[in-house]
Design a protein around this ligand. Structure first.
Ligand code: E4P
Length: 248
């Protein structure tokens, strides 16, 4: 296949696969959102684990992996190569859908390269520049996580970083690293990430729920329900019961 064709094919595949991960360590939220059938994975980090109140990180990750079949990011706690490697190997054995999350540091990238070569998924986190994203791709990362919200917070343009990384990665089809838009704060971050062809957005639970909402949808539905009642009709014939999934 020519490089041009690879480029076009890659572009089409990206457009067909906007993946949504949930950015949380709250198991109830994960179960609730997994039930929508629209959840492709989970990202956690030490701050989210602390916020969840869970006292056993390993059990928590096992439980999450039992609920979600897509990639589940579990972050190492150490910052030196030797300990990060040991932690990464340990985490990678919890389930086959673990993505070991490592910080974008020289030691973190060495861990990334080693684990990636062994066939383990790696998510390189705390990416704040295009230069760092190039390093992550060269280290064989499965995902690179640029933090858009934290850049916006300091007066920089987080989404411009996504545009820059997507442009660079598209220029090198041999880079297999997926752009995982992180530190998402609102639905427009998700829409802008999709417009740019980013592979994944990891989204806090409340923002995922906001994606469904529009006041005109609610208003329109209320009108349809009221008008249907006026017709006095039913779609289901006598004896045909609704399904009993227990879901709303
Ligand atoms: C990414 O994987 C991180 O968990 C997360 O997106 C960080 O977001 P924050 O800036 O809201 O903490």
């Amino acid at each position: 296949m020519s490089d041009d064709l690879v480029h076009v094919t890659t572009h089409i595949v990206r457009r067909l696969n906007v993946k949504f991960f949930v950015d949380t360590a709250d198991l109830n939220d994960i179960k609730d959102l997994a039930a929508t059938g629209l959840l492709d994975g989970v990202t956690t980090n030490p701050s989210l684990v602390a916020k969840s109140g869970h006292s056993n990180f390993i059990d928590l990750i096992k439980d999450i992996c039992a609920v979600v079949s897509g990639p589940v990011s579990a972050e190492v706690a150490a910052t030196d190569f030797d300990t990060m490697m040991a932690e990464g190997l340990y985490l990678s054995k919890i389930a086959k859908n673990i993505a070991v999350k490592v910080p974008l540091t020289p030691a973190g990238l060495k861990v990334c390269k080693t684990l990636s070569q062994q066939g383990t998924m790696v998510n390189v986190t705390l990416c704040f520049s295009a230069a760092q994203a190039i390093l992550a791709a060269k280290a064989g990362a499965t995902f690179v996580s640029p933090f858009v919200g934290r850049l916006d917070d300091i007066g920089e343009n987080g989404m411009q970083l996504i545009a820059d990384i997507c442009e660079i990665y598209k220029a090198y089809p041999q880079f297999k690293t997926e752009v995982l838009v992180a530190s998402v704060r609102h639905p427009m971050h998700v829409v802008d990430a999709a417009k740019l062809g980013a592979h994944v957005a990891t989204i806090p639970p409340n923002v995922i729920r906001q994606l469904f909402a529009h006041p005109l949808t609610e208003k329109g539905l209320a009108q349809f329900v009221a008008d249907w009642q006026k017709t006095g009709q039913k779609i289901l014939p006598e004896g045909v019961q609704p399904m009993k999934t227990g879901r709303a």
